[in-house]
Design a protein around this ligand. Structure first.
Ligand code: GLN
Length: 194
């Protein structure tokens, strides 16, 4: 939470597709100022960025059409990015099921829609490292993180697979922290934003 009188952190939410509105509200609950990002110019004015859940293939196509792929990659070399679900897929090094290009900003490999049809969406209880107590996590057609390399660190797992991973300034979750009232995962990201 921003202390009274101190400037709020300005966090962009990529708003081309997906559940960007819920992330904006979650960031506000966590004490940040959220702004929607749709262009390279918008990116210049934020301290960190959330890439929301949605449909990663569609999001990638829209990023290509808007010439946002390079600006986004460059942004990620300087500033923190938090990718949730489809956002985590976009940040990965390798994407399977089916294969598609990705930004490669995190040293993780992901398999899309990997929990199978009968588990398309579910609520699970996690015990993330660094958070006090249980965390309720909403999974919606989530990817599975199949490989975590380099200095990427698993912060929570579900059924033996990583679901919350941090690497340097970046963070990814395969679940949707913006869909619960608990702000702790967003606060964990805000801690990474200078
Ligand atoms: N299944 C989606 C994809 O592969 C991700 C789902 C989500 O973001 N909730 O892109």
């Amino acid at each position: 939470m921003a202390a009274e009188g101190s400037a709020k952190k300005k966090i962009g939410v990529l708003a081309l597709q997906g559940d960007f509105e819920a992330h904006g509200k979650a960031l506000a609950r966590a004490g940040a100022e959220a702004v929607e990002v749709r262009s390279a110019e918008d990116l210049q004015n934020v301290d960190g960025l959330v890439i929301p859940g949605g449909e990663s293939t569609t999001m990638w196509k829209l990023l290509e059409e808007e010439n946002l792929l390079e600006p986004l990659r460059e942004f990620g070399l300087r500033r923190p990015i938090f990718g949730t679900c489809a956002g985590a897929i976009l940040l990965a090094s390798d994407v399977s099921n089916p294969h598609q290009p990705s930004l490669g900003l995190m040293d993780i490999d992901v398999e899309r829609n990997a929990y199978g049809r009968q588990l398309e969406s579910r609520i699970a209880t996690l015990q993330p490292e660094g958070l006090n107590g249980d965390l309720e996590a909403v999974f919606i057609r989530a990817p599975i993180i199949r490989r975590v390399g380099g200095d990427a660190k698993v912060l929570a797992s579900y059924q033996g697979n990583p679901v919350l991973v941090g690497q340097g300034r970046h963070l990814v979750a395969t679940f949707h922290p913006e869909l619960t009232s608990d702000t702790r995962v967003h606060l964990m990201f805000l801690d990474k934003v200078p």
